[in-house]
Write a protein that binds this ligand. Structure first.
Ligand code: NDP
Length: 294
């Protein structure tokens, strides 16, 4: 590839940070975005905006895409399929593994290579070499090896394998933890707030739970229990946890709060108890989760 040249398609907060990082490293950065004004600061810093996406794609071999989702990926790239021959598209937009697999096939029709990436970096930390930030990648290993040094400009790279859907699988598994955690945290504050007590009053207790998280991740053997299907309920049975889960749902209901999330947890516990795992531990809910998705 022509060294130190990149095209960035999509200039939301993430795309802007990506482009900024390449500019800071002295790359020639070509830009396209539906809304022109989002490129203004980048152009001030030396970025080159193209009013037609085909022109932006023509300028570089490496095309980094950062859009809201894969539907928009097609809307945007559909206009320039004849320019994709010989390019390598690295899509850092969120999607599903299946959407990623379809996009690979679609790009192959036009002679373009493809890497999928799940970027685990908030925009302000892109390009900052933050030790806790990384991006999952998957796709052809030779293509990844060829571009890795350019991708490392954005964050540490974590290559998950040739199967193109793997980066998105790891990325969505990570987002699941994030979304579920934030929702649980906010619901707990709402429960406290329902009694006209400042949410802040619960903060020290929330901190206590955060201190407990390393135990769950490191000592509680959750992955081992899932891999070996041994769900130890000797200290906390799922039956006991179900009784407690019902009270969380009811407490939210009594407080006139939305209780859909606690209720869905309760239902998951109940179904697993009904399947005979009442004396097992909470990790046995994976039996219900996996069966539901089979
Ligand atoms: P945005 O959703 O703000 O990015 C939107 C981009 O998509 C803009 O370039 C926008 O163009 C474009 N777009 C949206 N709809 C259309 C459309 N119909 N036609 C053409 N272009 C469209 O997201 P971010 O920049 O924050 O994120 C980009 C990706 O990065 C997402 O997939 C997100 O999940 C992921 N990500 C984001 C993080 C974050 O903290 N922001 C962290 C990690 C990953 P326009 O400017 O014209 O609206």
């Amino acid at each position: 590839m022509m060294m130190n040249r990149v095209t960035v398609i999509g200039l939301g907060p993430m795309g802007q940070s990506i482009a900024k990082s390449y500019l800071a490293k002295g790359y020639e950065v070509h830009l396209w975005n539906r809304t022109r004004s989002k490129a203004d600061d980048l152009v001030q810093s030396g970025g080159i905006f193209h009013s037609h996406i085909s022109a932006a794609i023509n300028e570089s071999e490496l095309i980094i895409v950062s859009l809201t989702n894969y539907d928009i990926f097609y809307v945007v790239l559909h206009e320039s399929t004849e320019n994709l021959q010989g390019k390598v598209v690295v899509n850092l937009s969120s999607g599903t593994p299946e959407e990623v697999r379809k996009a690979k096939d679609w790009l192959e029709l036009f002679g373009a290579g493809f890497l999928s990436g799940g970027i685990m970096v908030p925009p302000p930390l892109v390009g900052k070499k933050d030790p806790n930030s990384y991006t999952f990648y998957s796709g052809d290993k030779a293509v990844f090896d060829r571009y890795q040094s350019h991708l490392e400009v954005l964050s540490r790279t974590d290559y998950k394998g040739d199967e193109i859907g793997l980066a998105m699988l790891f990325y969505q598994a990570s987002l699941n933890v994030l979304y579920a955690s934030i929702t649980g945290i906010v619901q707990s504050y709402a429960i406290i707030k329902s009694a006209n007590i400042d949410a802040k009053a619960f903060e020290p207790y929330m901190q206590g739970f955060l201190n407990f998280l390393p135990y769950l991740v490191q000592d509680a053997n959750i992955p081992e229990e899932i891999d070996t299907k041994t769900y130890d309920g000797s200290q906390q049975s799922l039956k006991m946890m179900l009784a407690g889960a019902k009270h969380v749902t009811e407490t939210s209901r009594e407080a006139h709060l939305d209780y859909s999330v606690p209720e869905s947890i309760e239902k998951l516990f109940q179904e697993t108890v009904n399947s005979g795992f009442g004396e097992n531990g909470t990790t046995s809910i994976v039996e219900t989760i996996r069966r539901t998705n089979a």
